[in-house]
Design a protein around this ligand. Sequence first.
Ligand code: AHG
Ligand code: MN
Ligand code: MN
Length: 342
Amino acid sequence: MDGRGLGVTLTRHIWEEQQIHPEATGEFSDILNQVAWAAKVISREVNKAGLVDLLGYTGERNVQGEEVLKLDRYANEVWMSVLRHSGHFCILASEELAEPVVFPPKWRKAKYAIAIDPLDGSSNIDVNVSIGSIFAIHRRVSEGDEGTPDDLLQPGRRLAAAGYVVYGSSTILVLSTGNGVHGFTLDPSVGEFLKSHPDIRIPARGKTYSVNEGNFPYWSEGVRRFVAHMKEKDSSSGRPYGARYIGSMVADMHRTLLKGGIFMYPADTKDPRKPHGKLRLLYECAPMAFLCEQAGGAASTGQGPVLDVVPESLHQRVPFFAGSVENVREAEEFIAQYDGSA
Ligand code: AHG
Ligand code: MN
Ligand code: MN
């Protein structure tokens, strides 16, 4: 808390960034306040989902072939409504929608495109475990009146901003506009996000690994050997590491950003329709990779930086290894040694 204990709001944070980084414009202040508004509305419903018939399934399946939960659909509707009327976005991609949504031109030419995971960690909704939302904001590249998929299919290296909201014991918005990573905790009593985690930095090495080990039989030899390596007894290198897996990418990545270590969703042979693992590039891996690199960490497909992958399709999946630089490099070394440059 600063001075009179009022704390630093999102708006003041962006204003302060503008003093140092002129490219952080007032427009971002409004964009991030729109994101914060969506986060507050979803947080309110998440915190009472059991009381307002928002648990359970809708009976529908989304483009991913996954059963849609009521909170998935609700969150998607909240994000769509807020972002459509913000005037900042020409096109939107959502995990819950097969096709992108083109927002009609407004009173001003929208300068950005946005990809969202409206609600991440859906399998944890009904058991009261932390879930989240993820967003990735690109500068528009199309010239016409309306946005095009090209505005979305840009490598993560070009992201203008990215972040997530974790709906946990508190609601925390973590974001970067390219000038470091900062966390804001919602004070529900005044409905304001206040800076609580200034300039998040990922430790160079961590002693926690986070992966769904139930997929062990389906991994490549390199990944299996890497995970086995982290579980070997070797006190000089602090092994075996601790295992932590929540099953909500946002929660697992939030811990990894703050404490270091490695979070992984490797490619597996479990489902031939998903040969590159489960996590989606546009609205899960690229925004999280952007935050990792902005926080001094790394994010790799196992073969190279996630941020350098040029997306080919909206719901494309990539293998994902992210967190402390040294841990991610070690994963790449095992994969190079045992899997070759697959
Ligand atoms: P979503 O709920 O948006 O579909 O994302 C779920 C993802 C991600 O949050 C998490 O890391 C992963 O699914 C967990 O998958 P497994 O249950 O296969 O481990
Ligand atoms: Mn997700
Ligand atoms: Mn989701």
